[in-house]
Design a protein around this ligand. Structure first.
Ligand code: NDP
Length: 483
């Protein structure tokens, strides 16, 4: 199936091609077949996109929040109406099973548009009475925002950035990952259909080179990146050089702590979701699963049993529950970690191999007896590989959970809710769960501590990262001066 878009880029309300840019081949991860051929943006197109977003700023920011919100909510409706078609596109682009994309990709994008669309009209400043004088604050747009996405949730990432940005009156140039360039173009189309003025949301394709050019442009006021920590460091530094606002949604190596009183069936379900959903390609995954020694064997045997029920195969078949990795390159990275895990002495309980035949598939893999110093317990793998570590003592497991440069997420399973809150209170992570894992509804702020990021997406918190306050002091009397 070829799903060639009309053109590679979407600028100022229309598709546009420039075949002078290097070719970007798009492949279906389930069989490696080429499904589209795009071109990286040339310098001329990067300039066109920035100029369009810059020119659209004034009109968009001058509209009322109600007007902007109506457009975002209409865009949400269109996405929901086309959920199946857009989910199929996302599955072809990422390889994630349709059973996931139907419920987690366009729907999550629509949720963000609906939520921030609803909020747009409510964004206000405050009145501060100072005796007879008074002051007020106005919440203003930042201006031109750049969004840069990773390949695991392309459409969701585009809308988690675009929705709050546009609600606040900003415009955006978005660059998807070169690996998954297709669905962001659909988001741009939908915005136009929903009535957004041309230039408010633009998409250009390319590798890190294009991203870096966008970040370095003086017209850009804010950069929001979803990506790895090394890329985050580069982008943050480049943005800081020009004092731009940033949101950094970066990687993780998050702990999931399962106490002896946990409901084992639920804990196993959460560990599965925290490691194998989207073939493990989720930033917030709980990939260090600390299990109390008293329940370790029961946990492992039930987990291995449940893992054997995974249906690996054609992502377009709704019965499939585990798809391929996004690319052969990512599969090789993950296989390299599996080899290291075995070489460093972890016990392979299940999986561990690439699937023979076409596509970039890997078996869901479970390691036990993992220790804190092993590479698989320290580095983000971004694949279906779970590491189970043992613990006996609450304070000890908290210290070990925090002993990482990352701080994106954490989870705790216990029937003792006082303990759940006490432990979560000490975990150095931005997004925590008690007795569940990886639920990220749009109402709830999401983001990382430490090297995992800066700022928050979603919830009211996101508004702080796409707007700024102007303070106006109003004098009601005469001005006093010393001379
Ligand atoms: P990368 O960091 O490799 O890339 C992220 C994006 O940045 C891509 O679009 C990439 O372009 C672009 N980029 C690369 N170099 C630069 C640069 N110098 N300047 C500007 N842009 C640049 O991440 P992946 O795409 O491999 O995604 C996986 C990573 O993303 C994982 O670490 C994961 O944890 C993280 N992630 C974090 C999430 C969160 O919310 N915290 C959610 C999802 C993923 P290209 O790759 O196309 O060349």
């Amino acid at each position: 199936m070829i799903i060639q878009p009309k053109a590679s880029h979407f600028i100022n309300g229309a598709y546009i091609e420039d075949s002078a840019g290097p070719e970007l081949a798009v492949t279906y991860p389930a069989n490696g077949a080429r499904i589209a051929s795009l071109h990286e943006a040339t310098d001329a197109l990067i300039e066109q996109a920035l100029a369009a977003a810059d020119a659209a700023r004034a009109e968009w920011a001058a509209m009322t929040g109600t007007e902007r919100g109506r457009i975002l909510r209409r865009a949400a409706e269109i996405i929901r109406e086309r959920n199946r078609e857009l989910s199929e596109l996302e599955t072809m682009d990422t390889g994630k099973p349709l059973s996931e994309t139907l419920v987690a990709d366009p729907t999550s994008a629509a949720d963000a548009l609906e939520y921030f669309g609803g909020m747009a009209a409510t964004l206000t400043g405050e009145h501060i009475q100072l005796g007879a004088d008074w002051a007020y604050t106005k919440r203003e747009a930042l201006g031109l925002c750049v969004g840069i996405g990773a390949w695991n949730y392309p459409m969701q990432i585009a809308c988690w950035k675009a929705a709050p940005a546009l609600a606040c009156g900003n415009t955006m140039v978005f660059k998807p990952s070169e690996t998954t360039p297709l669905s962001a173009l659909k988001v741009a189309e939908v915005f136009m259909e929903a009535g957004a003025p041309a230039g408010v949301f633009n998409v250009i394709q390319g590798t890190g080179r294009v991203g870096a050019a966008l970040v370095g442009d003086a017209r850009v006021n804010k950069v929001s990146l979803t990506g790895s920590v090394p890329t985050g460091r580069k982008v943050y530094a480049a943005a800081a050089a020009q004092m731009k606002h940033v949101t950094m949604e970066l990687g993780g190596k998050s702990p999931l702590i399962i106490f002896e009183d946990a409901d084992i069936e639920n804990a196993v379900s959460a560990a599965i979701n925290a490691n194998f959903y989207s073939s493990g390609q989720i930033c917030s995954n709980g990939t260090r699963v600390f299990v109390h020694t008293s329940i370790k064997e029961a946990f492992l045997s039930r987990l291995a049993e449940r893992m054997s029920d995974a249906t690996i195969g054609d992502p377009m078949d709704e019965a499939t529950t585990l798809g391929p990795m996004v690319s052969e390159a990512q599969r090789q990275i993950v296989l390299g970690y599996i080899e290291k895990g075995q070489a460093e002495g972890a016990r392979l309980v299940a999986g561990g191999k690439a699937l023979e035949g076409e596509g970039f598939f890997i078996q869901p893999t479970l390691f036990a007896d993992v220790t804190d110093d092993m590479t698989i317990a320290r580095e983000e793998i971004f694949g279906p590989v779970m590491s189970v570590l043992d613990f006996d003592d609450e304070q000890d497991v908290i210290a070990r959970a925090n002993d990482t440069e990352f701080g994106l997420s954490a989870g705790v399973f216990t029937r003792d809710l006082a303990r759940g809150h006490r432990v979560v209170g000490q975990l150095e992570a931005g997004s925590c769960w008690i007795n569940t894992y990886n639920l990220t509804p749009v109402e709830v702020p999401f983001g990382g501590n430490k090297a995992s990021g800066v700022g928050r997406e979603n919830g009211h918190a996101a508004i702080e990262h796409y707007s700024q306050l102007k303070t106006v002091y109003v004098a009601m009397g005469d001005v006093e001066a010393p001379f």
